[in-house]
Design a protein around this ligand. Structure first.
Ligand code: G6P
Length: 362
C-alpha cells in the first residue's frame, strides 16, 4: 500500500531515499575518534593470514570487488573477489591461513552459503556481512557484522549495497590494523565516511537532473558503462541496476579495455556512461571517453573534478571526497538513472521480470 511505501511510488524509490539514514545507522557506534569499533572481530586471530577471499552474488559480489581492491592496496597479501557460484566450483586455495569474507543482504543465498560451508570445512576463518538479523549465514560464519539498512523489499538492491560498502570499508581498515598495517589514509577515509549521510543526501537532490539523462536512455537498446579501478565497481553496479529494472541492455567495461573490442559497437548516438573519479587514472578514462565521442557517442560523465569536464555536455558532479569512497555517491546517481529510465518505460521496478529478491536454490 501507499502507506507501506512511506508516500513513495515504489519500494525501490523509498529505499533509495532511505540511504542517508541507513548509512548513518550502519556507522552508528562503529567509529570513535579515529578508531573503528568492531569488537566481534576480537575473537579472530588474523596474525597468520596470507590470503583473503571475498565472496557474494549479484550486487554483493560488486561489494567484493570493491573490498578486494582496497585489500590489494593496503595489504601485501593476495586478495581475490569471486562470485559464490564460481568460487565454490573453482578449486580455490583455502587453508587455515585463509580469511573468507561473505557478503549477503538476505544471508540466505544458496551459493553463498554453500561456499561458506566449503571454506569452513577447509579450515578457513570467516566473516559475514549480512543485513537480515539471525539469517542462515550468521550460523555458519565465525563472525557476522550487520548492515543496518532495515528491510529491503524491492528486488533491485540499493540501500543494502551502499551500507555494505560502508561496512566493508570499516572492516578492511580494521583487518589491516589487526595485521599491523593501518593504512596511511585511514583517518581521511573515516573522516569522509562520517560525512557520507549528508553527501548521499546531496546526491538525492540531483534526482531531477538525472531524470533528464534518463530521457536520453529510455529509447536506447544498449548502454555502455566505463571506468577504471574503483570506478569499475560503480560501472558494474550501474549497468546491473539499469538492466535489472529497465531491461535496457547495459554492458560494463574497464575503460582501458574499450579499444580491445567494445569500441566496435560505438556509433552515432550510442550512450556511454563514464565514471572518472579516481585521480590516478581519471585522465586516462577521459581520453577513452573522447575516443567514443569521436565515433558519435553521447556521453554522460560522472566526475568530481572541474577541469576535465569542460568539454562535455552532460556532466554530473560528486563532491570532493576521498577517492576510496566515491563509489557511494556515484552509485546514488546511477540508481536514480536506472530508476527514472525504468519508470519512463513503464516498468514494474519493484518486481522486475524473472528476478527474485533472494535466490535460495542453486
Ligand atoms: C538476487 C537479488 C540481488 C542480490 C543477489 C544476492 O539476485 O535480486 O539484488 O544482489 O540476489 O543476494 P544476497 O541476499 O545474497 O545479497
Amino acid at each position: 500500500s501507499a502507506a507501506q511505501k512511506g508516500g513513495f511510488e515504489t519500494y525501490m524509490l523509498k529505499e533509495i531515499y532511505e540511504q542517508p539514514e541507513a548509512i548513518r545507522e550502519t556507522l552508528r557506534g562503529r567509529i570513535s575518534g579515529n578508531q573503528i569499533i568492531l569488537p566481534k572481530l576480537d575473537g579472530l586471530d588474523l596474525s597468520a593470514i596470507d590470503r583473503i577471499y571475498i565472496v557474494g552474488c549479484g550486487t554483493a559480489y560488486h561489494v567484493g570487488i570493491y573490498g578486494s581492491t582496497l585489500l590489494q592496496r593496503w595489504l601485501p597479501i593476495s586478495a581475490i573477489s569471486t562470485p559464490a557460484s564460481e568460487f565454490r566450483y573453482g578449486h580455490p586455495v583455502v587453508d587455515e591461513h585463509t580469511l573468507c569474507i561473505y557478503i549477503s543482504q538476505s544471508g540466505e543465498t544458496a551459493d553463498t552459503l554453500a561456499a561458506l560451508k566449503m571454506t569452513n570445512e577447509m579450515g578457513a576463518q570467516s566473516i559475514a556481512i549480512a543485513n537480515v538479523l539471525g539469517s542462515s549465514i550468521s550460523r555458519l560464519a565465525n563472525v557476522t557484522l550487520y548492515t543496518c539498512a532495515g528491510p529491503e523489499v524491492a528486488v533491485a538492491s540499493t540501500k543494502a549495497f551502499t551500507t555494505q560498502l560502508v561496512l566493508i570499508t570499516l572492516l578492511i581498515i580494521k583487518i589491516a590494523e589487526m595485521m599491523g598495517r593501518r593504512p596511511q589514509e585511514a583517518d581521511a577515509v573515516l573522516h569522509d565516511l562520517k560525512r557520507m549521510p549528508e553527501i548521499v543526501d546531496d546526491m538525492l537532490k540531483k534526482s531531477d537532473e538525472v531524470k533528464e539523462y534518463a530521457e536520453l536512455l529510455k529509447d536506447q537498446h544498449d548502454a555502455y558503462f566505463i571506468g577504471r579501478q574503483l570506478d569499475y565497481v560503480s560501472v558494474l553496479e550501474g549497468a546491473l541496476k539499469l538492466k535489472e529494472i529497465s531491461y535496457v541492455h547495459a554492458d560494463a567495461y574497464y575503460a582501458g579495455e574499450l579499444k580491445h573490442g567494445p569500441i566496435a559497437l560505438i556509433e552515432q548516438g550510442t550512450v556511454v556512461i563514464a565514471m572518472a573519479t579516481q585521480p590516478e587514472v581519471a585522465a586516462k578514462t577521459i581520453s577513452n571517453i573522447e575516443e567514443t565521442m569521436a565515433r558519435g557517442a553521447n556521453v554522460i560523465l560522472i566526475t568530481n573534478k572541474e577541469q576535465p569536464a569542460l568539454k562535455f555536455d552532460r556532466v554530473m558532479r560528486i563532491p570532493e571526497i576521498h577517492p576510496t569512497l566515491t563509489c557511494i555517491p556515484v552509485t546514488i546517481l546511477l540508481q536514480l538513472l536506472a530508476y527514472h529510465t525504468a519508470t519512463e518505460k513503464g516498468r514494474d521496478v519493484d518486481k522486475p521480470r524473472n528476478l527474485a529478491k533472494s535466490v535460495t536454490v542453486e
